[in-house]
Design a protein around this ligand. Structure first.
Ligand SMILES: Nc1ncnc2c1ncn2[C@@H]1O[C@H](COP(=O)(O)OP(=O)(O)OP(=O)(O)O)[C@@H](O)[C@H]1O
Ligand SMILES: [Mg+2]
Length: 674
């Protein structure tokens, strides 16, 4: 039996915390580090034995851990380690293997994934004991020397300072096979004594683990064996489960190289696209691989809010790109390995590149996504059925469905879950369907009139079907809308425009912001809310705020405007055209956000009237925030508190797009007049 002190590990007690290894709280992440080491050791086959879908331990009511006695075992057929190698290579924390041994694996010359010399500690994020049994080195009589020992987290922590005030090195205990010889080489790592962690189910675990590694690693296969007793899953090998993507949104990463500040180009391979359905979990996002190992998952390359299609991009963006150069010369992967160092020069270059690609993908993705949203709207609103109920004339029914298709695409998916929203939207479409029919038919008649083929019968039928009297009022509405859009455009372009002018326009014509927000008749509940909120705010903050432009004799510009729509208070915060929303603006804005939250918390009965509480729309020609506020901003965007952030031009473009028919009809008529 070899000496008890044969193995030595110099390791600080605080290392686990320092390295952020407790961030390795996912079983798959810890297992992935061990598998990465097998790859570096030239293994062709790795087997992971694990209880799929089982809790490894649970926490009891009194806070103690109820350990279930499982062992996770990772077996590889790589070149293994002799006891000497285990000591010199494995047990050295923080050894840069590429400095010492180059960046290629020993036999197969694979570009190695490891670099920092800490991956072996990753399991301490989920368990307290790691057992290593490895056979390797030069064969003696055809056999390989075995190294067998265990590392105990608690023993590492329990060491006291010695005489000189220095903590002794840690000596892992050798185990029974240590120093023996084996016919096979390779390594077995066993994890036990788990924290309260759960192994995900088969599909989740398979996907989590497979995503840690790039596809097509040569001669490398990972098999998973389910060790739970009752109805274990069949053994399987890891292969990527592809996410269904919208093919036409796919951008080939290799078409555009990353360029650093000196103009040096770095090739990226892989692809970025939009998935068919949104992924809010870890499976969404673009995975960035370095030497075949996933170094980061990003949803936006740190792209600031406010670009076209961003809401979509956040939940639909997927991809797989390879950028080995990220860690060629310098180590640009964060110590805790959850991300790359975005602040480094190359990180910044990649970020810049990524932003461009994301924009391309988002642009390409607009079409397919709109179609999907439009289909969803048709389904939820049952517009066809309702049009049939409401209008006898088939052409008007068709016009309604057609409008539903075209306007439905501008809805937000989340909003389509909201019955009130769908209801309002459908009513709006049903209301304007006869108008649409009228416009269409006028077009047709005019075309015919040009050839002198006007058909009186058709004309009479048209007037009858569209109830011409009713339509005069629709015409009026359309006319007013067109006029309002013109006024808005003028004001946006006019440098002398006051913020309050714009507030006034938006408050009287909220459909400019969202087409289905019709002007509201202020109801009693809303009036009560407004005055209660304003009074409360004044008491709390010792300043008076104004939340509407429609108060007679008022001289002060409103701080923001507020209305009620679909069970929520909608707050509209605007900045004048050309103004960038900065950190000071954010602080003020955030104070309003907090105030609404606080108000609802302190006066819960208002939640009965407005169950969706307050939602915010920001109109500004740019957002420029420091990194701290950026985070806060992002989280308000992500949780939907800020439901939209648009520039004035975007607002104008969207509203013009939506009222395209009206505008076009107006233009045609004007043309004819000239
Ligand atoms: N399965 C294995 N077979 C053979 N050698 C191994 C195996 N696992 C680890 N080693 C050796 O132990 C060393 C330390 O592993 P560790 O994961 O801590 O560091 P690394 O892989 O070099 O770098 P990184 O921290 O980036 O993963 C490896 O460099 C390798 O020499
Ligand atoms: Mg490693």
């Amino acid at each position: 039996m070899p000496s008890e002190r044969r193995y030595e590990m110099r390791i600080e007690r605080t290392i686990v915390d320092k390295l952020g290894l407790n961030m390795y709280d996912k079983v798959s992440a810890a297992v992935a580090e061990i598998v990465a080491n097998s790859y570096d050791a030239d293994a062709e086959n790795v087997t992971v034995e694990i209880p799929l879908g089982k809790a490894l331990a649970t926490r009891k009511d009194d806070g103690t851990i109820d350990e279930k006695g499982y062992e996770i075992k990772i077996v590889d057929n790589g070149h293994g380690m002799t006891p000497e190698e285990a000591n010199n290579l494995y047990l050295r924390v923080g050894r840069d293997r590429r400095d010492e041994q180059g960046d290629k694996s020993r036999e197969k010359e694979r570009p190695v994934m490891g670099r920092k010399g800490i991956g072996k500690l990753a399991p301490f994020g989920i368990c307290k004991t790691i057992v290593v049994r490895s056979a390797g080195g030069k064969p003696k009589n055809g056999k390989f020397e075995v190294s067998h020992f265990k590392i105990e987290y608690e023993d590492i922590m329990r060491r006291e300072k010695g005489d000189k005030g220095i903590i002794d090195p840690y000596h892992p205990d050798p185990l029974e096979d240590d120093g023996t010889y084996d016919a096979q080489r390779g390594t077995i790592i066993i994890l036990k004594n788990f924290y309260a962690k759960r192994v995900p189910d088969r599909d989740t675990f398979a996907r989590q683990l497979s995503y840690k590694f790039a596809q097509g690693l040569k001669d490398f296969q990972v098999a998973v064996i389910d060790i739970k007793k009752e109805s274990p899953a069949d053994p399987f090998t890891l292969e990527e489960v592809p996410l269904p993507i919208e093919e036409e949104t796919r951008v080939d990463a290799s078409e555009t190289p990353v360029e650093d500040e000196y103009g040096i180009k770095y090739t990226v391979s892989g692809w970025i696209a939009m998935s068919k359905k949104p992924y809010k979990d870890e499976f969404g996002g673009v995975r960035i691989y370095v030497r075949g190992k996933c170094a980061s998952i990003t949803r936006d390359f740190g792209l600031p809010a406010g670009f076209t299609g961003e809401f979509v991009a956040r939940s639909y963006l997927v991809g797989e790109i390879h950028a080995d150069w990220l860690d060629d010369e310098e180590d640009l992967i964060q110590t805790h390995r959850q991300d790359i160092l975005w602040d480094s020069k190359l990180g910044q270059a990649l970020q810049k590149w990524g932003k461009e690609i994301v924009k391309q993908v988002a642009k390409k993705g607009k079409g397919p996504r709109r179609k999907k949203v439009s289909d969803l709207f048709l389904e939820k609103s049952k517009i066809e059925e309702r049009a049939k109920e409401r209008y006898k004339n088939e052409s008007i029914q068709e016009a309604a469905v057609d409008l539903g298709k075209r306007f439905g695409q501008f809805a937000h998916e989340d909003d389509l879950e909201d019955e009130d929203y769908v209801e309002d939207f459908s009513n709006f479409i049903l209301d304007i369907a006869p108008h649409q029919y009228l416009v269409d038919t006028f077009h047709k008649i005019r075309e015919k009139a040009k050839d002198g083929k006007i058909d009186m019968k058709e004309l009479i039928e048209l007037f009858r079907a569209t109830h011409i009297a009713e339509l005069t009022s629709f015409g009026q509405i359309a006319n007013e809308k067109v006029h309002t859009i013109d006024v808005l455009e003028e004001r946006i372009r006019d440098h002398a425009t006051q913020e309050s002018d714009l507030q006034k326009i938006l408050e009287t014509a909220p459909w400019l912001i969202n087409p289905i927000w019709q002007p509201i008749t202020t109801n009693q509940q809303f009036k009560t809310f407004r005055s209660a909120f304003e009074k409360w705010y004044e008491r709390e903050h010792k300043v008076k705020i104004t939340t509407s432009t429609q108060i007679s004799g008022q001289t002060k510009r409103p701080d923001f405007i507020m209305m009620h729509k679909n069970n929520a208070i909608r707050v509209i915060e605007i900045k004048p055209p050309g103004h960038t929303f900065d950190t000071t603006d954010f602080d003020r804005f955030n104070n309003y956000v907090d105030s609404f939250e606080e108000f609802f918390n302190k006066h819960p009965s208002f939640k009965d009237d407005f169950p969706n509480k307050a939602r915010f729309t920001v109109v500004t020609d740019g957002v420029n925030l420091d990194s701290k506020t950026k985070k806060a901003w992002k989280s308000l965007m992500d949780d939907g508190t800020i439901e939209a952030c648009k520039s004035w031009e975007e607002l104008l473009r969207d509203t013009k797009q939506f009222h395209h028919d009206f505008l076009e009809a107006r233009d045609k008529f004007q043309e004819n007049e000239i």
